[in-house]
Design a protein around this ligand. Structure first.
Ligand code: SF4
Ligand code: SF4
Length: 164
C-alpha cells in the first residue's frame, strides 16, 4: 500500500519493524482468528496468543538473554516477510503508518522510528494519510476495531477522525 514511499528492497535490508524488544511487545502485529487458523496450518512452528479480541504472535520464548535491548524476530520474517497480502496483518501492511484510537476517535499516526521514512519530509506522509491511502486505511480500521491499538505518546498524528 505504501510502495510509492517505501520499497521491498529497503525493507528486506532493514527488518527493524519485524523484530521487537520486550518493552515493544505492544507493537507486535494483530491477526484475526481466520488468519491465525490458516497460518497455523502453513507454519506449525509459529505461535500466537490472544490479545484484546484478536491474536498476536507469541515470541516470549525467543529471547535468549535478560538484556532489555535484545530483539526477537517475528516468525514470519525469513529474509523478509514471507506472508502474502491475504495473510499480512493490517498493522504491517500500513507500517510505518498506524491507526490508533485517540481522544474518542481514530487517528492515522506516523511511526517515528522507520529509518527510510524518517528521511522523507513529513508532508509526503501527511499527503498519503489525507488522500486515498488514508481513506482505505481508516475504512478498514473502522470496520475492524479489534485491530486498533491505543494511542502512544511520541507518534505524530497525521489525520484525525472523530467517529470510530
Ligand atoms: S523500519 Fe521502515 S525500512 Fe525498516 S523494515 Fe520497517 S518499514 Fe521497512
Ligand atoms: S508479519 Fe511480516 S511484516 Fe509483519 S512483523 Fe511479521 S515478518 Fe514483519
Amino acid at each position: 500500500m505504501l510502495s510509492s514511499v517505501l520499497s521491498r528492497e529497503e525493507c528486506a535490508k532493514c527488518r527493524f519493524c519485524c523484530s521487537f524488544r520486550r518493552q515493544s511487545l505492544w507493537e507486535t502485529p494483530l491477526f484475526d482468528s481466520e488468519t491465525v487458523s490458516r497460518l497455523t496450518e502453513k507454519y506449525p512452528s509459529a505461535k500466537f496468543k490472544p490479545r484484546a479480541g484478536a491474536f498476536t504472535i507469541d515470541i516470549d520464548d525467543k529471547y535468549e538473554t535478560d538484556d532489555p535491548e535484545e530483539e526477537a524476530l517475528c516468525p514470519f520474517n525469513v529474509n523478509g516477510c514471507v506472508l502474502d497480502s491475504a495473510d499480512k496483518p493490517f498493522d504491517c501492511s500500513i507500517w510505518p503508518l498506524r491507526v490508533m484510537s485517540a481522544d474518542g476517535g481514530l487517528a492515522i499516526c506516523l511511526t517515528p522510528t522507520c529509518p527510510v521514512i524518517s528521511g522523507k519530509p513529513t508532508d509526503v506522509m501527511r499527503e498519503l494519510a489525507e488522500g486515498e491511502v488514508g481513506d482505505k486505511v481508516i475504512g478498514y480500521a473502522a470496520a475492524h476495531p479489534e485491530m486498533i491499538k491505543e494511542y502512544k505518546e511520541g507518534f505524530p498524528i497525521l489525520r484525525r477522525f472523530a467517529e470510530k
